[in-house]
Structures are given as C-alpha cells and as structure tokens.
Design a protein around this ligand. Sequence first.
Ligand SMILES: O=C(CO)[C@H](O)[C@H](O)COP(=O)(O)O
Length: 222
Amino acid sequence: MKLQVALDVPTLDEALALARKVADYVDILELGTPLIKAEGVSAIGAIKSAHPNRLVFADLKTADAGELEADLAFAVGADLVTVMGTADDDTIKGAVEAGKKAGRKVVADMITVVDDRVRRIQEVSQLGVDFVEIHAGLDEQARPDYSIESLLVDGREAGVPFSIAGGVSVSTIASVKEAGAEIAVVGGSIYSADDPAAAAKALREAADLPPVGEELPTVGAR
Ligand SMILES: O=C(CO)[C@H](O)[C@H](O)COP(=O)(O)O
C-alpha cells in the first residue's frame, strides 16, 4: 500500500511548505481541490518541479468535460487526476482518453452518495479508470455517526483496485491496508498535526509500510 498526503491547504506557499515537511514519508503528493481552485493548475507543476520523484495527484473532481480538464492537469505535470465517479459515463471516458494520451492515470472519486456504490465502482472500472477512490468527504465525515468501515466493506466487495479517503488516521490506517487498499489518502491527520512529518512517519509505521524509495512509485492496474 502507498501513502498519499492530501495537501488541503489554501495557498501554494503553504502546500510547498507542507510537502517539504512530509515528502520523506509519503509516496504521493495530492493537490486538494480547494488548492487547485485557489491557485490554478499551474500549482500542480510547482509541486511536481519541487518533488520530481513523487507522484503528483491532482484532485480535480471533474464533473464535466473530462478530457479537457484532465488534459489541462496532465500538461502541467500531474501523474494522476480525479474524475467524479458519478459523472456522466462520457465524462469519465474522456478523462480516461486523456490519461491514455498522456500515459498517466485517472482515478474515479466515489465521494458522492449513490444507491449501489459497489455497482458504480465496478461500472467506472469497466470504463477504464486506473482505480477508484472510495471516499467520504469532509462534510460526510462531520456527521456524528460517520465511520470509515463502510468504505472498507465496499472496497473488499468491489474487486477492483481502490484507494480509501475519509479521515484515515493512525488508528485506522492498518485496517485500510488490511481491506486491500492500494493507497491510503490522508489529509487532516497530517496537515492538522503539530508536527506533520512526525504524523506522516507514524502513519507509515502504523501500516508497516516500507521506506519511500527514490524511484517514482507505481500504482493502479496498468
Ligand atoms: O478530497 C478530500 C475532501 O474532499 C480530502 O483531501 C480527502 O478526504 C482526504 O482528507 P481527510 O483525510 O482529511 O479526509
């Protein structure tokens, strides 16, 4: 399993500073959606230039014009982009097409509630995304009855490559790995910590992950 940090901070300067602190302990650096909205896609290139041997994940959460938006992010250095798992099938196919052209990866973000999430996960996988992010967003996490467990249940059942995002912490990351996730995505547990580097290191240790290598990590089915 790989560890992905979500740089959910509002400015590029803060994202660069946070990335610098945690880069030794994470495989993937994610530019959160608010950061991309605030700073534009050029921020993707800035993070990639600063960390060429880390995968850079652009959390575009594309809802329309899949090929166009993915093209924009790949052109400036994104290794992976997200498209909404509940977007129109043609939007997802467009993003997949952009991924094929660029030789980069496309992730379907399953953040939106759907009646049968496992079925939709399998459908988007068939549309060609590299993996799905089974995800409870910040608003869903804020509900008192929120538990990460339902994400893990669906991941186990879906039978396709997946990542998990939704308040992953040092106390849950081992269960994320045990469920078979390829990637654990961690935002708040790292960026809200007094010492983000120590938090990222502790997450790695809690999941018994090997040290981050010098090579660019590989993720996804192809
Ligand atoms: O995409 C996101 C919110 O939409 C977050 O980046 C993702 O949920 C990870 O952050 P956290 O660990 O705080 O949930």
